[in-house]
Design a protein around this ligand. Structure first.
Ligand SMILES: Cc1cc2nc3c(=O)[nH]c(=O)nc-3n(C[C@H](O)[C@H](O)[C@H](O)COP(=O)(O)OP(=O)(O)OC[C@H]3O[C@@H](n4cnc5c(N)ncnc54)[C@H](O)[C@@H]3O)c2cc1C
Length: 402
């Protein structure tokens, strides 16, 4: 099965590697040229790359099953940690386990043809998915070349544009009203990392904003401030001097980022607009966007980072897509358009039942946080969240007693 994958993020890399290992002829393309020889890796259009990631157990399960060697990229001190964080300035685990690590080994931009790993090709852009008179996907156009494929996978992420016009708009979710700003530091040798409030982070819920510290390897940590996008006073945090001043004034962050104990490794890393969205495989007319075209990862289910679910929903999708490819399609041989159409239809039904609830749940939680920060009343007509009850119990003893 000739498979063209648009996007070498976690979805494209893991699905591509898994398919290649099953005998498919995979070409994975990404517009990002990979890490430069010197300096930080900018990753335009993939803002999450610079932010700390909490990794849930679903992700580790998929990697152990499909890409065992990727798990060795987890932080070295713990043999099999259930969660880990990516560090700014280095390829994260998902770039190490499959194709992209080889880009940093000097193979950037070349096409690879091995059986076990998908060939990776970095391009200026995938401009188009080519269809055969609208009946099925025939391949993609990259840098002016036509690459023929039986299956085109769109793993271009939350803001992918290549196939945008073929699809119906997102049917749930929306802008969440929350923005991130963080900075990465390294502790001085021998400095204590400080207490954590749970296994992965130190967190403080403040009046109108949240603060977090994620610990990485070798004394490296990220300090985050999460704020409401309506709070114009906090917009200036994107500047180093303002961020430093804020950090120095926030107990918990101040001790950690104290220049006597740690030094910044990066400038402040501001995040862009965050939204949740659930998108189907269908076009505006209700039929498949294009038979032979499969959307996967954030291009199907985007959740805001507040609960660190994006990689889990991505890997759950990879897990769901693989078994039918194993059983109903001859991945190592030639495949029929009908077989692929049935597969994408079934995948769409599954995402409707299994991905949409994550997005809807997220929208409720994000809205609750936004209301709390804006000091609006609880919306008692909607689902009652434990976090709302906890907050309410702090101001009304009767709720706490109940
Ligand atoms: C600030 C932030 C923090 C997050 N924190 C967490 C967390 O703690 N835990 C968690 O589980 N998830 C988190 N997420 C979500 C997680 O990062 C995503 O769910 C995950 O990256 C989705 O993977 P993907 O492969 O679908 O898309 P992406 O990672 O977005 O990859 C898409 C790829 O497609 C490429 N591309 C796009 N268009 C084209 C084109 N036209 N041609 C060629 N290539 C193209 C891009 O360059 C990119 O490499 C966070 C997200 C954000 C924004």
């Amino acid at each position: 099965m000739r498979t063209a994958i648009i996007g070498a993020g976690p979805a494209g890399l893991v699905l591509g590697a898994a398919l290649a290992r099953r005998g498919a002829q995979v070409t994975l393309v990404d517009r990002d040229p990979g890490p430069p020889a010197e300096g930080p890796w900018a990753r335009k259009g993939v803002m999450q790359f610079h932010h700390a990631h909490e990794i849930r157990s679903q992700v580790v399960d998929t990697l152990r099953r499909e890409l065992r060697e990727a798990t060795s990229c987890f932080s070295g001190s713990e043999p099999s940690p259930p969660r880990c964080h990516c560090r700014t300035g280095r390829p994260p685990w998902w770039a190490c386990g499959a194709g992209a690590a080889r880009m940093s080994g000097g193979a950037r931009g070349r096409r690879h043809r091995t059986r076990s790993d998908p060939p990776h090709r970095s391009v200026d852009d995938v401009l188009e998915t080519v269809d055969s008179a609208g009946r099925h996907a025939a391949g993609i156009v990259i840098d002016g070349d036509f690459l023929e494929a039986d299956l085109v996978v769109d793993a271009s992420g939350r803001s992918g544009r290549v196939n945008r016009d073929r699809r119906a708009p997102a049917s749930s979710g929306g802008i969440c009203g929350i923005a991130y700003v963080d900075r990465v530091y390294q502790l001085a040798p021998g400095a204590e990392p400080g207490p954590m409030v749970n296994p992965i982070a130190w967190q403080a819920n403040c009046d109108g904003y949240q603060c977090l510290v994620f610990r990485h390897e070798r004394g490296i940590f990220s300090a985050l401030v999460i704020r409401s996008t309506d709070d114009r006073d906090l917009v200036g945090l994107r500047h180093n001097t303002a961020f430093d001043a804020a950090v120095a004034a926030i107990p918990g962050l101040a001790q950690r980022a104290d220049p006597e104990r740690s030094r910044p490794l990066t400038d402040v890393l501001p995040g862009g607009t965050l939204k949740s969205a659930c998108r189907s495989q269908r076009g505006p007319d209700g039929g498949l966007a294009l038979p032979g075209l499969l959307f996967v990862g954030d291009s199907v289910c985007t959740t805001t980072p507040n609960f660190g679910r994006g990689l889990a929903t991505t890997m759950l999708q990879v897990d769901e897509a693989l078994p039918p490819l194993d059983t109903t399609v001859d991945v190592g041989g030639s495949v029929s358009t009908t077989g692929l159409t049935e597969l994408v239809e079934a995948f769409d039904e599954w995402t409707e039942a299994n991905m949409r609830p994550w997005v809807e749940d997220h929208a409720v939680m994000d809205e609750s946080l936004r209301r709390r920060w804006a000091r609006e009343d609880l919306d008692l007509s909607g689902p009652r969240l434990p976090s709302d009850l906890m907050e309410a119990s702090r101001v009304d003893e009767r709720i706490a007693a109940a």
